[in-house]
Design a protein around this ligand. Structure first.
Ligand code: ZN
Length: 463
């Protein structure tokens, strides 16, 4: 793999900060289809070298992970700075669009230094919740007013550094954001997001470099923010690099109405007609779709990223995720606005929202939801080499306690059900990334006091 592409197996060591222990012993492991007791995992250069089952107790030198170990969780959609809005935006009434004004007021105050500090704390919070890879949908590129920083990628580099310091992997989805809506120039807040043209976006983004813990992808903010005649440039940039391409789609009915008025079609149809859909592409939200949209997404192999805790927080609606999966679209999950950072809650919410909508149970199995939170989420972020506990894969694990007040008493053979329907992120006891123990017994090993770091970073931002 070349450093700047986002797929394939990296050459050289894959350990962000040196190798972890050579062997872990998993009391219980979820192996994709079932829970296996007593699993020994050998780790070499940050990758799984061997997996042996039927190992009743930890052997000499093996570090025990007690509880149920899952592959590391992939948070496929994040805007790290939205974490500063948690709690702040719950007063009063309004819509997505009034929430957006508050979100812009936080964006206005971010500097590369402040964003680095905030993102480091947010990514550390993710590690505590078992998240080993984040997909950062990053559009806050320039200084207020739109003036480029001396280092044009200062903000993106701050996020890559923050992930490394928090001990997790990142796919920086550098986002094209050029318009306030269907060709209108960016408004005051949005000038920070815009490179002016897709060509200028492509040139700046091409200077970003990956690292052992970081891969670079692309994003189209939305059909609102990238004019149709500039979509092809972003598509070509991602294709040249075999990189993932993400796009917000139809989160709000207003976007659909405005797209119809401007182009006479739905956002999905517009994206399809401009070559945006395909197996490397993930549509985020996909809340308000027509039957034809579902068919276009499924037939093209485009992925679906749902963010149910944000979608309920912002009163977006419930997207047709079951129909999208049936049509052939793989599912991934994201915490998006970080009203909650808990991939287990995102997974559970997928099924529970469908139960409310249909008044029936059993739309997804726990195993299917865990695959969305692990292997399929990693694939959507250009890490097809992570998300399962198999030889050759990244040694990334999240261990859920089976003896907490929430999980105690559940049959261990139903561990996947316990993880999805009983546990929360607070039950994650260990997080291992590239063989390194990033969270041990619920304590972050690199960021000593994550709540204090969050409070300081958010306090500095919000005054
Ligand atoms: Zn988003």
């Amino acid at each position: 793999m070349t450093a700047e592409t986002a797929s394939g197996v990296p050459a050289g060591p894959d350990t962000p900060s040196g190798p972890g222990p050579g062997r872990y012993w998993l009391e219980y492991a979820w192996l994709g289809t079932h829970v296996e007791p007593g699993v020994a995992v050998d780790v070499r250069d940050g990758r799984i070298a061997a997996v042996r089952t039927g190992v009743a107790a930890p052997t000499q030198g093996a570090e025990p992970l007690r509880g149920l170990t899952l592959p590391g969780l992939a948070n496929a959609h994040s805007h790290a700075f939205h974490r500063a809005l948690r709690g702040l935006v719950q007063v009063g009434t309004g819509t997505f669009w009034t929430w957006r004004e508050l979100m812009y007021s936080v964006a206005d105050r971010l500097t590369p230094e402040g964003y680095h500090r905030l993102a480091r704390a947010v990514y550390a919070e993710m590690a505590l919740a078992g998240i080993t890879t984040v997909g950062e949908f990053h559009y806050l590129h320039h200084a207020p007013g739109g003036r480029p920083y001396a280092e044009p990628n200062a903000m993106g580099e701050a996020l890559i550094a923050a992930a490394e310091e928090a001990g997790i992997r990142i796919t920086l989805l550098d986002t094209a954001y050029l318009s306030s809506g269907f060709g209108a120039p960016p408004d005051g807040h949005q000038r920070r997001f815009s490179d002016g043209t897709a060509e200028a976006w492509a040139e700046r983004a091409a200077a970003l470099r990956g690292a052992p813990h970081a891969r670079i992808g692309a994003a189209v903010h939305s059909v609102r923010a990238v004019p149709a005649d500039q979509l092809a440039t972003v598509v070509a940039w991602a294709a040249d690099r075999d990189a993932p391409l993400h796009v917000h789609v139809s989160e709000q009915t207003r976007e659909n109405d405005e797209c119809r008025a401007a182009h006479g079609c739905t956002p999905v149809r517009l994206l399809a007609d401009h070559g945006v859909l395909g197996p490397r592409t993930t549509g985020v939200h996909l809340t308000h779709l027509a039957h034809e949209d579902i068919r276009l997404i499924g037939r093209s192999g485009t992925g679906t990223c749902m963010c149910p805790t944000t979608e309920r927080d912002l009163a977006d609606g419930i997207g047709p995720a079951t129909a999208l999966q049936r049509a052939g679209s793989p599912l991934s999950l994201g915490s998006d606005s970080h009203a909650v950072i808990d991939l287990l809650e995102e997974a559970r919410a997928m099924e529970l929202d469908e139960r409310l909508r249909t008044r029936r149970r059993g739309h997804w199995t726990a195993a299917a939801l865990l695959r969305a939170a692990t292997a399929d989420g990693h694939a959507a972020l250009g890490w097809p080499d992570s998300g399962t506990i198999e030889p050759g894969r990244c040694a990334d694990f999240a261990t859920v306690a089976l003896d907490s007040v929430r999980t105690a008493g559940a049959p261990t053979r139903l561990g996947a059900e316990t993880a999805v329907f009983a546990a929360t992120g607070a039950d994650v006891r260990h997080t291992v990334v590239a063989g390194r123990h990033v969270v041990r017994d619920g304590v972050h090993t690199l960021v000593p006091d994550v709540p204090a770091e969050l409070a300081a970073a958010i306090g500095a931002l919000n005054g």
